[in-house]
Design a protein around this ligand. Structure first.
Ligand code: AMP
Ligand code: FE
Ligand code: FE
Ligand code: ZN
Length: 306
């Protein structure tokens, strides 16, 4: 019997390929006992997944956390910096409205991206890209469309040639600053964690400064366990967060068929094991926050907010 923890996963509400319910089923089958759904820019899969969580067979237990992955910008990273946010339950209305504004930015980027691809002579249509997504459209859906048309021979090639940062059809997206995202998450009673920190910079000293600067702005944790984080970097990150008094999170970044080779709970080549202490920590943090948030809400109600 194993009990895996996975705090980073995507459903077809963003760019994963499993529905929220299928993801929960898959998690239970793989022995994942603590799962966070962290779709890009949306928390909508959580409500959809909850009934599945309750319908598991006797003997299967799974705790489901509500999360989201935000694309932000921060110096000195030239790439978008991804921030994970976790909530004990659906985040407050105000935060969800902010997510809708981010989704609007994504839509505008998608329109521009399609135009740019077409201007490069790649004959794609909206209908085609849309048909590959269930809800939100992301670059992986454009990648699938390019693959289907035979313009590229792999999803990776689609990103390398056309969709990746700095490549031929690259379109800058209107992103909030990491500082703003941290403040929004905090205000909403959530817990923040810097996703796949390896993508920010390969220079460990720079990364340490980056983490320390953002800890001062409210960052709660760092994703120390992720398929792209090597065991060596993981050790360094564990040391860095311990010095700064930050927490740790970890997860596979599972996207189903949109990220071949990544398994839920165990990542790439079965190499990922998120330590049990990480699960205990986040559950404890969030249950504490739920109480705080309820306390804040009830006092806020009398002074009228929301
Ligand atoms: P978007 O949120 O629409 O900008 O798309 C970003 C998503 O595309 C990421 O979350 C990954 O799922 C995927 N992605 C980004 N870069 C690559 C890459 N080089 N190869 C494969 N997938 C990628
Ligand atoms: Fe993704
Ligand atoms: Fe990410
Ligand atoms: Zn992700």
């Amino acid at each position: 019997m194993h009990s895996l923890i996975d705090l980073h996963s995507h459903t077809d509400f963003s760019d994963g390929t499993l529905s929220p319910r299928a993801l929960v089923r898959h998690a239970a089958e793989r022995g994942v006992s603590l799962l966070a759904i962290t779709d890009h820019d949306t928390v909508d899969a959580f409500s959809e997944a909850l009934p599945a969580d309750q319908a598991l067979s006797p003997g299967e237990t799974l705790t489901l956390l509500c999360g989201v992955e935000l694309s932000t910008h921060a110096e000195p990273s030239e790439r978008s910096v991804h921030l994970l946010a976790y909530f004990p339950d659906l985040p407050p209305q105000g935060f969800r409205e902010w997510l809708l504004a981010l989704q609007e930015g994504r839509r505008a980027r998608n329109v521009e991206l399609l135009e740019k691809l077409r201007s490069l002579g790649l004959d794609l249509t909206w209908e085609e890209v849309q048909s590959l997504a269930q809800r939100q459209i992301g670059r992986p859906h454009f990648a699938q469309a390019l693959l289907r048309r035979g313009y590229v021979s792999s999803l990776r090639e689609a990103f390398d040639r056309y969709l990746g940062e700095g490549s031929a059809a690259w379109v800058e997206r209107d992103e909030p600053s990491l500082a703003e995202a941290l403040a929004r998450v905090k205000e909403a009673g959530g817990l923040s964690s810097l996703a796949h920190p390896v993508r920010i910079t390969r220079n460990t000293h720079e990364l340490e400064t980056f983490i320390a600067d953002h800890a001062a702005l409210g960052l709660d944790a760092v994703e120390c366990f992720h398929p792209e984080v090597s065991p060596e970097l993981s050790e360094q990150l564990i040391r860095i967060v311990a010095q700064l008094g930050l927490g740790m999170t970890g997860g596979s970044d599972f996207h189903g068929a949109n990220k071949p080779g990544i398994a839920l709970g165990t990542g790439k080549d079965d190499a990922l094991r998120v330590p049990e202490a990480v699960g205990t920590w986040i559950v404890q943090q969030l249950s504490g926050r739920r109480t705080n948030q309820e306390a804040r809400c009830s006092s806020a109600h009398s002074t009228k907010q929301e």
